[in-house]
Design a protein around this ligand. Structure first.
Ligand code: PGA
Length: 255
């Protein structure tokens, strides 16, 4: 059981779901169910076009707005991309970088994940850096290696001061959207490995303070168990974050 004092961060990742009008309904519903639950941080990472609507709806509430990606250049000829300053001006405080869907389908590499993370941090955003192994990597026994490498490379050039605005999400790729969750112990073990990578680079205290989420089919049923583990400080939630009722149960479990 947990003996720690890091704050849980529960972040919904809506992925490519919800038009602005649907987003307004969902966020209204979520707010009604989570208001008053101040025992953890609550974030919703929404599609870019939903940001203004959602930011307006959560103004002054406990819910914070996140984006699902950010470009590393401050501005310029990068068709289709969005900068950190653009996000900030729209009320965004968090941004996901290196999600496995970006790595798998959009050519994201450890290097671009690092560039995106640094640009977001320089702009004052809090970054949720995703790391996680493929099923084949787990089966060949290299989970620790893969996740350690991804963590180290994502944090290259990130200062100790900036690290305070970094959250790492351990998301085993085989558990994302599959309904297959890592067991509490499997998830805790890898989050512990990530913590030791952070401690080796930034010192023991930094390792202790690092917020490390689990993600991958976290839901209303399994959240309490996962969140009770020592090394797990919240969740990055896809499917279950689209149902206000389920998301609220997870937020409750994180109090
Ligand atoms: P899932 O997605 O909860 O639907 O598995 C998690 C994520 O991809 O962040």
């Amino acid at each position: 059981m947990s003996s720690r004092r890091r704050r849980n961060v529960i972040a919904g990742n809506w992925k490519m779901n919800m038009t602005p009008s649907a987003a307004k309904e969902l966020i209204t519903d979520i707010y009604a169910k989570v208001k008053g639950k101040k025992g953890c941080d609550v974030v919703v990472c929404v599609p870019y076009v939903d940001i203004p609507t959602v930011a307006q709806a959560v103004k002054g509430t406990i819910i914070k707005v996140g984006a699902q990606n950010v470009h590393f250049a401050p501005k310029g000829a990068y068709t289709g991309e969005i900068s950190a300053e653009m996000l900030k001006e729209c009320g965004v405080q968090y941004v996901i970088v290196g999600h496995s869907e970006r790595r798998q389908y959009f050519g994201e590499t450890d290097e671009t994940v690092n560039l995106r993370a640094k640009a977001a941090l320089e702009a004052g955003l809090t970054v949720i850096v995703c790391v996680g192994e493929l099923l084949s990597e787990r089966e060949s026994g290299i989970t620790s290696e893969v996740v350690s490498r991804q963590t180290k490379l994502a944090l290259q050039g990130v200062s100790e001061e900036q690290l305070k605005n970094v959250i790492i999400a351990y998301e085993p790729v085989w558990a994302i959207g599959t309904g297959k969750t890592a067991t509490n112990e499997e998830a805790d073990e890898v989050c512990g490995i990530i913590r030791s990578v952070v401690a080796a680079k930034y010192g023991k205290q930094a390792g202790k303070q690092m917020i490390i989420q689990y993600g991958g089919s976290m839901n209303a049923k399994n959240a309490a168990g996962l969140l009770s583990m020592d090394n797990i400080d919240g969740g990055l939630i896809g499917g279950a974050s689209l149902k206000a009722e389920d998301f609220a149960v997870i937020v409750e479990a994180a109090q």
